[in-house]
Design a protein around this ligand. Sequence first.
Ligand SMILES: Nc1nc2c(ncn2[C@@H]2O[C@H](COP(=O)(O)OP(=O)(O)OP(=O)(O)O)[C@@H](O)[C@H]2O)c(=O)[nH]1
Length: 576
Amino acid sequence: MEAVQFSTVASRQFCAASHSFSTNTKSWSRGVSTHARKSSGLRSSWTGSNGPVSLSSRNLFARDVWRWVNSKSVTLGRGMRGVVVRAEMFGQLTSGLEAAWNKLKGEEVLTKENIVEPMRDIRRALLEADVSLPVVRRFVQTVSEQAVGVGLIRGVKPDQQLVKIVHDELVKLMGGEVSELVFAKSGPTVILLAGLQGVGKTTVCAKLAYYLKKQGKSCMLVAGDVYRPAAIDQLVILGEQVDVPVYAAGTDVKPSVIAKQGLEAAKKKNIDVVIMDTAGRLQIDKAMMDELKEVKRALNPTEVLLVVDAMTGQEAAGLVTSFNLEIGITGAILTKLDGDSRGGAALSVKEVSGKPIKLVGRGERMEDLEPFYPDRMAGRILGMGDVLSFVEKAQEVMRQEDAEELQKKIMSAKFDFNDFLKQTRAVARMGSVTRVLGMIPGMGKVTPAQIREAEKNLKIMEAMIEAMTPEEREKPELLAESPARRKRIARDSGKTEQQVSQVVAQLFQMRVRMKNLMGVMEGGSIPTLSNLEEALKTEQKGPTGTARRKKRSESRRQFIDSASTRPSPRGFGAGN
Ligand SMILES: Nc1nc2c(ncn2[C@@H]2O[C@H](COP(=O)(O)OP(=O)(O)OP(=O)(O)O)[C@@H](O)[C@H]2O)c(=O)[nH]1
């Protein structure tokens, strides 16, 4: 398999760099770099156009976060060409809110007067996101009250203050804490799934089983959708796919009887969790509710979860309310979040119905079901990306030793070209490129053309690294100090000397940034807005070190500065 990768070797900057090398479009490269810095060192890069695209990631915020990061990889398909990057999840809302922050640029303090316009933008953004009007009203009022009362905080700009207040209120709006699934103290835990037709119920049954199996629980699926024979077949196939038994009794038996029989069968097999699929209807009707009530009575479930489609916006919140009133539910599962650019459902369900979103579906694959984290979602809405979900994904696929080894190297500023290559070759099974991009701060706005460009550029970088000797890969200093070596690499890889110089310069810049960010984040955990600011301030101050070290690195620094600022008339990717 040709190594074609999408790697986030803790190095969005590398990707950013590749963009800036290639596109020669200053505004784009500047924009990406800013995003890269703002993302506190989470970096991504990808290479290759003809082989499988793979992906791995690192988050450099703190040791404990690092521990989550294990390496593994996933093949994403043949090349990234043709990948369509869908709208960033909640992208519309994110841009709407950005307008609000922008109105506060240049202000000294938040006042009753100067928040009028931003609050109007926030209100509009939420309404456009399909959040229900009463919810929007309450939200805007709470945020306004807090904003005016917050006063002047030294070193924090008013727009940042407002972002923080909105962030915290969004978290509260979505329920604050993660709402975990409840398990029965004895006997099997029974999860009853309900929902309208086509929302993804049957798929969720299998996804949920897959999710719980990963936590060491044995599961059984029960096929209760007797009105659509294909639904039973679909469940059986999905059950096979996730290697979980399926109890089915055909279409002639009442769902409540199937429920009882399924539960008995599960008990006999000492199954930990029974997941019951039920029929969906086009709309709520009495017959449907009565049948569900009967099934509920037969099962006495631990969890009754309503599966709702995120793309239906505030309608989803209304459904959760109706189902709760009618049959009593314990929470909701929001599916198709990957296709939702507005966010109305995620924002409204808890506030409108009082019931939490417990899990979210973010794709069609079995692994695309995860807990709903209000704080991460808020971060993502504000354009900070879903860093922790991203890192958790990476953890599933990355070896711990590798992560620790890499962390050591970064802390001692020894991250080298071998590490870069190794990471780009660690193929990670992390989901679609689109989804992963959406999780990386700022990356959701990357267009397919930009992806293709970056893909091309990373391939070029890989060619250069391959032309280096093992010693040069380990000690990039050799390249910084020797034009002859750079010339040889340029010749062997078919690139220009300038391109080689830029790649070497970039590695040094990466080292400095990574080290600074790691240093600042060390001991912290989740990248919050405030420590992000601190990290960036420290980064701007430059690396610390003894005078001697500083002197030794001076000439290298000069090389880096000149290489990275040299004009690149034809762009990094040109002429290859
Ligand atoms: N993109 C995306 N598609 C999903 C998600 N969840 C489910 N789907 C797709 O939605 C479609 C409908 O899913 P089903 O599981 O058949 O829906 P259902 O609610 O069981 O449908 P009925 O049995 O007709 O009531 C399928 O094509 C799924 O692959 C998700 O989170 N994201």
